[in-house]
Every structure is written in structure tokens, then in C-alpha cells.
Design a protein around this ligand. Structure first.
Ligand code: 2BA
Length: 108
């Protein structure tokens, strides 16, 4: 068994979870926050059999899009303690996946 941890954009999460549930995969959805943009994203935990990993990745690919986001996170400091927001274009990926071996899976 594998544990797939998928960090996806909030906009893509509802349709992704629907498609996973339709194929009878078990999913836990967590509200998370990206360290760089400091804005919300969604982390999904999925315990899946080894031979289902490729199908789950395909479902994620079908639902998750890369987007260009303009953020004014960076600031330029000016004299007199003034900061001017500095626009920065960032490409946020469709999904960031971590796939781990599961040593034990117990349900109580
Ligand atoms: P954030 O940390 O908010 O990052 C959003 C996007 O900002 C990233 O998209 C990347 O394009 C850019 N970015 C991140 N750190 C940067 C930096 N130091 N300098 C310049 N640009 C930077 P993605 O790479 O697609 O990541 C989307 C979200 O996935 C991240 O949100 C984070 O929550 C998560 N993530 C990505 N890689 C990760 C990793 N290795 N470990 C844990 N979480 C990760």
C-alpha cells in the first residue's frame, strides 16, 4: 500500500475529490497553507493499493491545472519606513505529490 499526499489548489479540490470518490478511493481532505504565498491550498491524503497509484495520478492530472498568479508579497523598502508592494508572477503547479510506502494500515 502507498500513501499519496497531494497538495493541490483549492479551486481544483472539489472536482478532484468527486472523481476520486466516484472511483471508490478513500480520501482525507485537509485545509493547508503554502509557505511561500501564505495562501490557502488543499492537502489530500489517500491510502491506495500499489496497483492503483497510476490511476490516482491520472485522475489528479485530469483535474489539476497549473496557474500563473501575480502576488504582491514582496515589498521594496523606501525611505521613511515606507514599503511599496512589488508584483511577482508565480507559476503554481497543478499538484505536488509525495508517494510513500505504508508499513502498516490498521483500522480499529
Ligand atoms: P507555496 O509555498 O505557497 O508556493 C506557491 C508557488 O510559489 C510554488 O508553486 C512555486 O511556484 C512558488 N515558490 C515557492 N517557493 C518559492 C521560492 N522560494 N522562490 C520563488 N518561488 C517560489 P508549487 O511549486 O507548485 O507549489 C505549490 C504548493 O505546494 C506550495 O505553496 C506548497 O504549499 C506546496 N509544496 C510545493 N513543494 C513542496 C515541498 N517540496 N514540500 C512541501 N510542500 C510543497
Amino acid at each position: 500500500m502507498k500513501l499519496i499526499i497531494a497538495i493541490v489548489q483549492d479551486q481544483d479540490a472539489p472536482s478532484l475529490v468527486d472523481d476520486l470518490m466516484e472511483k471508490e478511493y478513500r480520501v482525507t481532505k485537509l485545509a493547508s497553507t503554502g509557505g511561500f504565498l501564505k495562501s490557502g491550498n488543499t492537502t489530500l491524503l489517500m491510502g491506495v493499493e500499489d496497483d492503483s497509484v497510476d490511476e490516482v495520478i491520472r485522475i489528479i492530472e485530469d483535474n489539476c491545472k497549473t496557474r500563473d498568479i501575480t502576488t504582491s508579497l514582496l515589498t521594496v523598502s523606501m525611505p521613511g519606513d515606507t514599503y511599496i508592494p512589488y508584483p511577482l508572477e508565480v507559476k503554481v503547479g497543478g499538484a505536488t505529490l509525495f508517494i510513500l510506502d505504508v508499513e502498516k494500515h490498521i483500522k480499529i
